[in-house]
Design a protein around this ligand. Structure first.
Ligand SMILES: [Fe+2]
Ligand SMILES: [Fe+2]
Length: 166
């Protein structure tokens, strides 16, 4: 089932979004490690791996449908954050942007009556609900932790806190 060219471009673009998200989470993980927020670093490392899986899922779909994935030049991810809340807000922003990308791709798949691409993207639509949920929760928890003791405690427990959503 060969993909039409316009959908091929859009799915490739989404695979590139996921690759950028992976690089962004890696940058977040390194910033956290550097600041000794080791719990957050661990969480962001697992997100970086997840985003790479998402990229591969889209690229395998392209390959299965006689379309070669193309890796392009990528902008540098954000490497510096003013504090932990700003880092969490950046993660939420990344997820919201990714949701928009998925929705654009899904609309194009509908337009093209491409049922296989629709089914693939439906998985991503559900996934984005979870992704935005943990990111929103992370922002709330970071904002609530105002003193250094509370931040220390949050960092120790963040993986458990976000376990259901992450
Ligand atoms: Fe993703
Ligand atoms: Fe994500």
């Amino acid at each position: 089932m060969k993909l039409i060219a316009s959908l091929q471009t859009i799915l490739n673009r989404q695979a590139e979004h996921e690759r950028f998200a992976s690089a962004s989470y890696l940058a977040l993980a390194h910033w956290c490690s550097d600041q000794e927020y080791n719990g957050f670093a661990r969480f962001f490392h697992s997100q970086a791996e997840e985003e790479t899986e998402h990229m591969l899922k889209l690229q395998s779909h392209l390959l299965d449908r006689e379309a070669k994935p193309v890796l392009e030049a990528m902008p540098a991810p954000v490497n510096e954050f003013s504090n932990l809340t700003a880092a969490a807000e950046h993660a939420l922003e990344l997820e919201r942007e990714n949701t928009l990308g998925i929705e654009t791709a899904y609309a194009a798949a509908n337009e093209a009556n491409d049922y296989a691409a629709q089914a693939l993207l439906q998985w991503f639509i559900t996934e984005q609900v979870e992704e935005e949920a943990w990111a929103t929760k992370m922002v709330t928890l970071c904002k609530r932790a105002e003193c250094s003791g509370a931040i220390y405690n949050l960092d120790r427990h963040i993986n458990k806190e976000l376990a259901e959503e992450g």
